[in-house]
Design a protein around this ligand. Structure first.
Ligand SMILES: NC(=O)c1ccc[n+]([C@@H]2O[C@H](COP(=O)([O-])OP(=O)(O)OC[C@H]3O[C@@H](n4cnc5c(N)ncnc54)[C@H](OP(=O)(O)O)[C@@H]3O)[C@@H](O)[C@H]2O)c1
Length: 370
């Protein structure tokens, strides 16, 4: 599988690379990004390798990420070849609650800003960045549909929402004839596997391609942070953000150090970098449509772009899976073999003939089968 093999996203006809390029590091405003020349090199290297899927947001580096991305696309005349994903939600004017959130007023404000900074008249994939806890799904979906009808947006997505909200939004789209949600953008990596409880099934059942962020857990899975030194490196994002309360940056824990240690051993056995193995593992998990890779240096991107060039043997995959397996939690703990055996009378149910392609099948229960 190489970067210039393209797949359709969700149930849409939009062709995207399995590895997307994240541009949250385009700009130095946040203290852990890249300067303009480095960002340009990252963009040029990714697109020259055949990548076509680039993720940004109006939030990132106070708008610099979108502005530079628009500039780099223009310099290389790549607008038609590039799939631009950008996002709205975060507030742009302190004190004005309607300059943020997912209400119609803010979405219509935000889209104009993104179009301007990106220097384009349409966005390929417009994504709600984070659930604001209050705006009804009806309002979000109606507004996104209006943007598609106006020609300013081609496809739509959701990021960082509860599963029930995404399910309701997609069902509304289906029943009201709105533009369906093509992607769910969520955090996923060896150390953050909670989306396996619900979102993977959700994406597959309702046709939303899961594109995942922070596959290296903000750099932790590159192996640069050492538990013996309390995670200190003297450099790198997780060093810079120490003390910040953003939950995405809380990566130093005994559980995670065990995962890092196993990853290091597996990477040595494969003679690959830890980052490549971590991205490869993430990309090849069930139901993952695309992985967004990020970098602050060209050498990092060059490393990560090789992540799909090899196969992790099943035995090594199993070791990574078992060290990082999330704890069972209710109600998901009720959907396993034992309880299902009680439901299905110990009979294997749901085995469909080859070619039947149901949206979801019930797996063999095991328990009680003669
Ligand atoms: N929807 C959302 O809420 C959301 C949230 C976060 C991110 N995103 C998107 O996802 C993209 C990727 O997220 P991320 O940047 O957090 O991804 P990540 O892969 O977890 O972290 C990338 C960082 O790890 C370090 N790194 C990367 N490759 C490396 C390598 N080969 N060797 C050593 N260090 C390496 C670099 O940081 P240092 O050089 O600083 O160590 C780099 O900036 C973002 O750009 C953004 O587009 C979306």
């Amino acid at each position: 599988m190489s970067i210039n093999t393209y797949y359709t996203l969700g149930k849409s006809g939009l062709r995207v690379s399995r590895l997307a390029l994240g541009t949250m590091t385009f700009g130095t405003e946040w203290g852990w990004g890249a300067d303009e020349e480095t960002a340009r090199q990252l963009f040029n290297t990714y697109t020259e390798a055949g990548g076509n899927f680039i993720d940004t947001a109006d939030l990132y580096t106070n708008g610099t990420s979108e502005s530079w991305l628009g500039k780099f696309i223009y310099e290389r005349n790549l607008r038609d070849r590039t799939v631009i994903a950008t996002k709205f939600t975060y507030n742009a004017e302190p004190g004005n609650p309607n300059a943020g959130g997912n209400g119609r007023k803010n979405i219509l404000r935000a889209v104009e800003g993104s179009l301007k900074r990106l220097g384009t008249d349409y966005i390929d994939l417009y994504i709600l960045h984070t659930w604001d806890t209050i705006t009804p799904a009806e309002e979000v979906m109606r507004t996104l549909n209006d943007l598609v009808r106006s020609g300013k947006v081609r496809h739509v997505g959701l990021s960082d929402t509860p599963a029930w909200y995404a399910a309701r939004s997609q069902t509304l789209a289906e029943w009201r004839g709105y533009e369906p949600i093509s992607t769910l953008q969520l955090e996923y990596s060896l150390v953050e596997r909670n989306i396996e409880r619900e979102f993977i099934d959700l994406g597959q059942a309702l046709g939303m391609g899961v594109m995942v962020w922070s596959p290296l857990a903000s750099g932790l899975l590159s192996g640069k942070y050492k538990p013996s030194e309390g995670g200190s490196t003297g450099e790198g994002r997780l060093e810079t953000v120490k003390g910040v309360s953003n939950p995405a940056f809380q990566k130093f824990s005994d559980r995670n150090w065990k995962i890092v240690a196993e990853l290091e051993k597996v990477a040595q056995e494969l003679d690959r970098s830890m980052a490549q193995v971590a991205v490869n593992w993430t990309a090849n998990r069930p139901g993952i449509a695309s992985v967004i890779i990020g970098a602050t240096r060209l050498s990092q991107l060059e490393d990560n772009l090789k992540a799909l060039d090899f196969t992790i043997p099943a035995e090594l995959c199993d070791r990574l899976e078992s060290v990082s397996r999330p704890e069972a939690q209710f109600p998901y703990s009720f959907f396993g073999d034992e309880i299902q055996g009680m439901i299905h009378g110990g009979v294997a149910v749901g085995q469909q003939p080859i070619g039947y392609a149901p949206e979801r099948s019930i797996q063999s229960t095991g328990a009680g089968v003669a």
